[in-house]
Design a binder for this molecule. Structure first.
Ligand code: GDP
Length: 447
C-alpha cells in the first residue's frame, strides 16, 4: 500500500475479535497430573545382576533405606528355568532345601542362574513406590559362564511378552507393568578391565533394558584407581557398542539442568559403597557409612563415593525417564521385531480378520474365484458333452456308412445275379427250339 500498489478487491470478511480475558483452566493441568500421580503411585522394576558377594543386597537396602530382604512384609516370587514359585518368603524358607536340591540338579546340566523377584511398596512423604527387585542369584557362579546372561535375557523378554499379551486383551490394565525399567550391573572392583562375563552380559542386555553399570565396593580402591578403571570400562563398552542409559536433554531444559545431566552421565559407571549402618563422622553426626581404621566412608557424601549420583539417576531425578525409555524405545523395538517376525502369520490370520476393508476385498476375491471356478466347470462339462455327442455321431455315421456299404454290396450282388438270370433268359429265348417228330394222334380223342 505504501508503494502505491493496488490490492485486488477483497471479499467481505467479517472479523470477529474477541479478547480472551477469562481463565480457561489448563494452567491447572500439572496440578491434576500431580494429584493423579500421587493417587496412583509410582513403580519401578529393577533388575540387579551381580556375582555373589559384590554387595548387591547391601546396596539395594541402602538405596531404599530399608531391609528389603525382610521377607515377612515382602512378596517373593522365585523362578528356576520354567519352575515358577509364588508366595510369601515365609513359605519360601520351608521350600529352600527342596529348591536347593533342584537347583543343584539343574546346575549340573545347565546354567545355575535363578530369577528371584522381591516386590514391596514403600512410602515417603505420602508418595508410594511399588518396587520390584529382580535378583539373579547364581550369576557367574558356574565354571563355564558363557551363557549366564541367557536366563536373565529370557526373563526380560518374558516380561515384554506378558505386556504385549496384556495390551491385546480387551480388559487390559496399564497398571500391570512388569517390564524391567533398569538394570544395575555390578562390576567387581578389580581396577583392571571388564571380564568376558561382564562384557558378554552388557552386550546382551543393553538393547533390552536401561543399563546402569556400577563399580561395587569401590571403597577398596583409591580415587586414582577408580578414575582409570572407569575410563577403561567406558572404552571397553564403547568398543562393543554397548549403550548405557543417558539422562535425556530436552530443548526446554536450562543450561544448569543440561550440565547436571551431562555430568551425571559422565560419572557412569558409578563407584558405589553400600551400607545401612550408622557411623559417626568428623562432625560428630551419625551417618550411613563404613568405618575403617584410617577413617570413615560416608555413603551419602558425594565427595566420598558416587552413591548419591546413582540414587539421583535411578530414583529422585530420572525414574520416570527410565520408565519412558523402557516403553517408547526398548519395548517398542522388541514389539516391532516380534511382530515383524510373526508377520506372515498376522497377515493371514489376525490382521485381515480385524480389517473390514481387507476382509471385504478378500470376500470379493473369493466370490469371483468361486464364479470363475463354476464357469470353468460348466465349460468343461459342456465340452465333454459336445465331444461325447460328436463321438456318438461319428460312430453312428460310421455305422450308417458301413450299413450303406453292406447294402450296396448286397444290391450289387443281387443286381449281378439278376443280370445273369436275364442274360440266361435272353440266351434261352434266342436259342431255336429243335423240331421234334410228329406224334401220332390219339384215336377217339380228336373230333
Ligand atoms: P551380595 O551377595 O552381592 O548380595 O552381597 P552382600 O550385600 O550380601 O554383601 C557381601 C559382603 O560385602 C557383606 O559382608 C557386606 O557387608 C559387604 N559389603 C557390601 N557392600 C560393601 C561395600 O560397599 N564395601 C565393602 N567394603 N563391603 C561391602
Amino acid at each position: 500500500i505504501g508503494s502505491g500498489q493496488v490490492l485486488p478487491e477483497q471479499p467481505d470478511l467479517k472479523i470477529i475479535r474477541r479478547e480472551i480475558n477469562g481463565f480457561v483452566g489448563f494452567a491447572n493441568l500439572p496440578k491434576q497430573w500431580h494429584r493423579k500421580s500421587i493417587r496412583r503411585g509410582f513403580s519401578l522394576n529393577l533388575l540387579c545382576v551381580s556375582q555373589r558377594g559384590l554387595g548387591k543386597s547391601t546396596l539395594i537396602n541402602t538405596l531404599f533405606n530399608r531391609n528389603l530382604d525382610d521377607g515377612s512384609k515382602n512378596k517373593v516370587e522365585q523362578k528356576l528355568e520354567g519352575l515358577k514359585i509364588e508366595g510369601s518368603s515365609e513359605t519360601e524358607a520351608s521350600r529352600d532345601d527342596e529348591e536347593a536340591q533342584t537347583a543343584q540338579e539343574s546346575e549340573n546340566v545347565r546354567s545355575s542362574v535363578k530369577i528371584k523377584t522381591l516386590s514391596t511398596t514403600i512410602e515417603e512423604n505420602g508418595v508410594s513406590l511399588k518396587l520390584s527387585v529382580v535378583d539373579t542369584p547364581g550369576f557367574g557362579d558356574a565354571i563355564d559362564n558363557s551363557d549366564s546372561w541367557r536366563p536373565i535375557v529370557d526373563e526380560v523378554n518374558y516380561r515384554f511378552d506378558q505386556y504385549l499379551d496384556a495390551e491385546n486383551k480387551i480388559n487390559r490394565s496399564s497398571e500391570d507393568d512388569n517390564r524391567i525399567h533398569a538394570c544395575l550391573y555390578f562390576i567387581e572392583p578389580t581396577a583392571h578391565y571388564l571380564k568376558p562375563l561382564d562384557l558378554g552380559f552388557c552386550k546382551q542386555i543393553h538393547e533390552k533394558c536401561n543399563l546402569i553399570p556400577v563399580i561395587a565396593k569401590s571403597d577398596i580402591l583409591t580415587e586414582e584407581e577408580i578414575a582409570v578403571f572407569k575410563r577403561r570400562i567406558r572404552k571397553q563398552l564403547e568398543d562393543e557398542n554397548v549403550v548405557l542409559f543417558e539422562p535425556p536433554q530436552y530443548a526446554l531444559d536450562d543450561q544448569e539442568t543440561i550440565h547436571a545431566s551431562k555430568s551425571l552421565y559422565e560419572k557412569i559407571p558409578f563407584a558405589v559403597v553400600g551400607s545401612t549402618d550408622k557411623v559417626e563422622n568428623s562432625k560428630g553426626s551419625l551417618v550411613r557409612g563404613r568405618s575403617y581404621p584410617w577413617g570413615i566412608i560416608e555413603v551419602d557424601n558425594a565427595s566420598h563415593c558416587d552413591f548419591v549420583y546413582l540414587r539421583d539417576l535411578l530414583i529422585s531425578q530420572y525414574l520416570e525417564e527410565l520408565r519412558e525409555r523402557t516403553n517408547s524405545v526398548l519395548y517398542e523395538k522388541y514389539r516391532s521385531e516380534k511382530l515383524t517376525k510373526l508377520g506372515i502369520k498376522q497377515d493371514n490370520a489376525v490382521f485381515k480378520e480385524f480389517d473390514p476393508e481387507t476382509k471385504q476385498k478378500e470376500e470379493k476375491q473369493l466370490h469371483e474365484a468361486k464364479l470363475a471356478k463354476l464357469e470353468a466347470e460348466m465349460k468343461s462339462v459342456f465340452h465333454q458333452k459336445v465331444s461325447e455327442k460328436e463321438k456318438k455321431l461319428q460312430k453312428s455315421e460310421a455305422e450308417l456308412f458301413a450299413r450303406h456299404k453292406e447294402m450296396k454290396e448286397k444290391l450289387n450282388k443281387q443286381l449281378k445275379a439278376l443280370e445273369e438270370k436275364k442274360h440266361q433268359l435272353e440266351h434261352s429265348l434266342n436259342t431255336p427250339i429243335p423240331q421234334s417228330p410228329a406224334q401220332p394222334k390219339k384215336k377217339g380223342f380228336l373230333r
